[in-house]
Design a protein around this ligand. Structure first.
Ligand code: F3S
Length: 293
């Protein structure tokens, strides 16, 4: 069995950068260090960072000293102002692509546009973008919601960075039918689309697919769905320990991909374990054949 890793898998630029910033903060800053929410959606990495001294908090209430790391999803200006007013030291690890969406949304609202954010309204990134418009933007998740929008003369549109392009385009089509003047800012980051395409390409070649990433990571779950929809048996795991040798029996090619919040060391562990399983399965096959002779 050959183990193939997807051409694009694992940490995206923004997550890698956030982890590097967090590690540099641990090295250079004295005093308590906090991250507002999990720095990434991967419990193994979060545990590792906790062991290095980064404490995850849900709110800055009651936190009056120390350093606050802002994760790649970003936050709104009100939270930053409150944290600064408390005297907290802020280390901003907002992904530059998310930052671009925040700035565009803020500028559009200042220029008098009705701002529409195409994305998941419960996602922290979307909440942060809306906060940059001081709460005045409207979140639209799909074309059906776009059809209900109150008609304004000027509509400015930005997207959650991880939006599927097809959904963004379908929403734009509905909005354009309102006849409003439209200013469209495509703020979709191609890291997600690249990982999804690479996973699909590999799933089409493979007999079995392994997708590695946090159980609570939406982008990892999406990768697993895409692989499954290709018809290839697919397993979503968090660590190498979850691999079951039975999954690989009779497989000639085993594919491996990972969500944007999965570090290289976990991918490597899984890959090594898959190679060990291959050896074990070969030995078992060899023994069976020998006993039959
Ligand atoms: Fe940034 Fe794109 Fe990753 S927006 S956090 S590089 S998915």
């Amino acid at each position: 069995m050959e183990v193939r890793v997807a051409a694009k898998a694992g940490f995206c630029f923004g997550v890698k950068r956030a982890i590097e910033i967090a590690m540099a903060t641990v090295r250079n800053m004295a005093g308590p260090i906090y991250s507002l929410g999990p720095l990434i959606h991967n419990s193994q990495v979060v545990e590792y960072l906790a062991a290095k001294g980064i404490r995850e908090i849900k709110s800055i209430e009651g936190i009056d000293v120390g350093t606050l790391i802002i994760r790649s999803h970003g936050v709104g200006p009100a939270l930053l102002e409150t944290a600064r007013a408390k005297g907290l030291n802020i280390v901003d690890a907002t992904c530059p692509f998310v930052r671009r969406a925040q700035v565009l949304a803020r500028d559009l609202i200042e220029k008098g546009y009705q701002v529409v954010v195409v994305g998941d309204r419960d996602h922290p990134e979307v909440k942060g973008i809306v906060d940059w418009t001081r709460g005045r933007a409207t979140v639209i998740e799909n074309p059906a919601e776009a059809a209900l929008i109150k008609k304004e003369s000027k509509i400015g549109v930005v997207a959650q960075t991880t939006q599927p392009l097809e959904n963004f385009e379908s929403v734009l089509k509905v909005l354009s039918e309102t006849g409003a003047e439209m200013k469209v800012c495509n703020t979709i980051c191609n890291a997600t689309a690249e990982r999804q395409q690479a996973a699909l390409d590999l799933a089409r070649q493979a007999d079995v697919m392994i997708v590695v990433g946090g159980a609570n990571s939406a982008n990892t779950r999406k990768l697993a769905d895409i692989c499954r929809e290709s018809g290839t048996p697919t397993y979503h795991i968090e660590t190498a320990g979850e691999l079951d040798p039975v999954w690989f029996r009779g497989a000639k090619i085993a594919g491996l991909t990972a969500g944007a919040s999965t570090p290289d060391w976990i991918i490597e562990e899984v890959k090594n374990r898959m190679s060990e399983i291959e050896e074990m399965n070969c030995q078992e096959e060899g023994m069976k054949e020998a006993m039959e002779v």
